[in-house]
Ligand binder design. Structure first.
Ligand SMILES: Nc1nc2c(ncn2[C@@H]2O[C@H](COP(=O)(O)OP(=O)(O)OP(=O)(O)O)[C@@H](O)[C@H]2O)c(=O)[nH]1
Ligand SMILES: [Mg+2]
Length: 264
């Protein structure tokens, strides 16, 4: 008898990471909508204990365990201090979080990370969370915000932020250019060229001028290239549903060797 193609295996944990306001929550929402339309089984997890507004209803929400507002009151802390305490408290609740997620018996866990990316990227607690949820099946989608990436120097900066995040977690990753719909066509083409051709970026960085800042950017760019961080940048948009299939294809290729779990 033919086996059904919709095989349930160990869930893949897909972390959406990026600077504050880069579009993480919107992309989780759009990607989940797209996955659902494809007949793929997903859940969304909010890992931002300070989130005030989330454009979707998370299936699992860290705020059920830890909330910035409450920590501020209980420990008389300001918002930043409370965020740090909350980030650390997340690790204490990671096992329970993993059990709740496991209870959904889903294939894809879409994880929305805190607004301030340093809380996720640089606190030890997120390493604990990733280990407990299953590091081998983890994938990072790093969001480069056009607000930063649109200048040559900012473009290299966002490559470095992506590299730093990857360096911290060492799991397969994809660098996406979020909110691509906000860029004029010419600008988007220019950013795509920078992403495909290091010489184009090199030329844009120097613009014929060699000053200390340019030389520094070029050295950083070279470091990104030799560290294998100078890679494809996928334009995506939650607003106009752009690049969502590209994200899925990259994840499949990386974690599943290309096997498609769609029930078509
Ligand atoms: N035009 C456009 N706007 C977007 C897109 N994605 C997000 N935005 C807007 O960007 C702002 C921030 O989006 P969020 O999804 O909340 O970003 P975030 O990274 O989750 O923000 P924090 O969690 O606060 O760091 C909101 O005003 C969104 O409407 C997009 O694809 N296109
Ligand atoms: Mg968010």
């Amino acid at each position: 008898m033919m086996q059904s193609r919709k095989v349930r295996c160990m869930a893949k944990n897909i972390y959406f990471v990026g600077t504050a306001g880069s579009g993480k929550s919107s992309l989780v929402w759009a990607f989940q909508e797209w996955m659902t339309l494809q007949g793929l089984d997903t859940i969304s997890v909010n890992l931002d204990p300070g989130a005030e507004y989330i454009p979707y209803e998370p299936d699992v929400d860290i705020r059920d365990w830890v909330k910035v507002e409450e920590v501020m009151k209980e420990y008389s802390l300001g918002p930043n201090g409370a965020q740090v305490v909350c980030a650390d408290m997340m690790a204490l609740n990671a096992k329970e979080l993993a059990e709740v997620i496991e209870g959904f018996r889903t294939n894809y866990v879409l994880i929305d990370t805190p607004g301030q990316m340093e809380l996720f990227a640089f606190r030890q607690s997120s390493q604990v969370v990733m280990d407990i949820l299953g590091r081998e099946e983890s994938y990072l989608v790093f969001l480069s915000d056009p607000a930063l990436a649109k200048t040559p120097n900012g473009f290299v900066s966002t490559l470095m932020l992506c590299a730093l995040t990857h360096f911290r977690f060492s799991v397969p990753f994809l660098n996406v250019l979020s909110k691509a719909d906000t860029l004029e066509e010419g600008k988007l083409e220019e950013l795509k060229t920078w992403a495909e051709d290091p010489y184009a970026l090199y030329n844009a960085l120097t613009d014929g001028e060699f000053n200390a800042r340019n030389i520094q950017s070029i050295e950083f760019l070279k470091a990104m290239e030799s560290a294998g961080m100078y890679r494809e940048l996928i334009p995506v948009s939650a607003e106009v549903q752009l690049g969502l299939e590209d994200i899925y294809n990259h994840i499949q290729l990386s974690l599943e060797g290309g096997e498609d779990l769609r029930n078509d």
